[in-house]
Design a protein around this ligand. Sequence first.
Ligand SMILES: Cc1cc2nc3c(=O)[nH]c(=O)nc-3n(C[C@H](O)[C@H](O)[C@H](O)COP(=O)(O)OP(=O)(O)OC[C@H]3O[C@@H](n4cnc5c(N)ncnc54)[C@H](O)[C@@H]3O)c2cc1C
Length: 274
Amino acid sequence: MRKGAAIIGAGVSGLTCCVVFAEHTWDVTIFADETGEQTTSGVAAALWFPYDAEPVDKIIPWSLITYERLRELTRDSRSGVSMLQLRQFTRASEIAIPNWAKKNLGAHSISVIPSENASPARTEGSLTIPGFPSTFTAGFALTVPRMDATIYLDYLAKRFRTAGGTIQSAHISKVDEIPRDFDVIINCAGIGARELVHDSDLEAHRGRVAIVPKIDLAQAIICNDAPLMYAIRARTTAFSEAPIRSAKIASPHPPTPPRSFPNAAASSGSSRRR
Ligand SMILES: Cc1cc2nc3c(=O)[nH]c(=O)nc-3n(C[C@H](O)[C@H](O)[C@H](O)COP(=O)(O)OP(=O)(O)OC[C@H]3O[C@@H](n4cnc5c(N)ncnc54)[C@H](O)[C@@H]3O)c2cc1C
């Protein structure tokens, strides 16, 4: 007899989980308040990079498996996954290249040339963005998977439905509300787990997305110093993002988009407080 799984949440975690279960012949139902672009996953940048996650001895091997899976998905043009060079910089000092990035993914240092001294002959392997002040002192580069979030979520949802899965629109107030005939219940509620399973250690990390006129940016540029910020070219539009950790991180409500960016959206990621 086929086993049944109930998954709470249809962000990237819920959809990934349900695709894996459904493609391994489980009967899977997702229960989710929101789907697609309404989820936090729908506004993510969404670059692969193990960031601020622990325990490192588990996270790095898991992340490298994810890297390979996503790299395989770049062969499917419907997935919205592509490879992008990520250039990570610091303003203040030298930057340490993580061992796993050097050893497994060929990450290498890149020099930073002040834009006023940059000429086309000198700019290879270094940062030159016209009009950007040259505030960085050191950096490194590696190539990573990047998902066009809305395409990727849609792709996962289609794969899930093709494997026979069902998505039910439902707000679950208590895990007990899930019918008892499922063999497992998997909580993929993101920041919603704060209320759902009273996990008060879970807190939101605020991010703010600013959609700006297109700039000529072939790589993802990340500034590693606080406040973390990055600029990434979207598939159809250019945008820059400045995820920030707000003092109001425990608030479950997304902040109002700033007036200065009429197209801006704001939302939250989540993590455990340490
Ligand atoms: C601006 C920004 C940029 C980011 N960039 C990156 C990046 O480049 N790389 C990266 O790895 N991460 C990035 N993140 C973080 C990443 O987006 C999140 O970690 C990830 O999307 C979390 O996915 P999730 O599936 O766990 O949760 P979510 O996407 O939040 O999905 C939660 C799901 O659970 C449902 N749910 C919650 N509570 C209930 C309930 N009680 N009943 C029913 N359904 C419920 C929701 O409706 C939703 O469907 C970024 C985040 C932000 C905000």
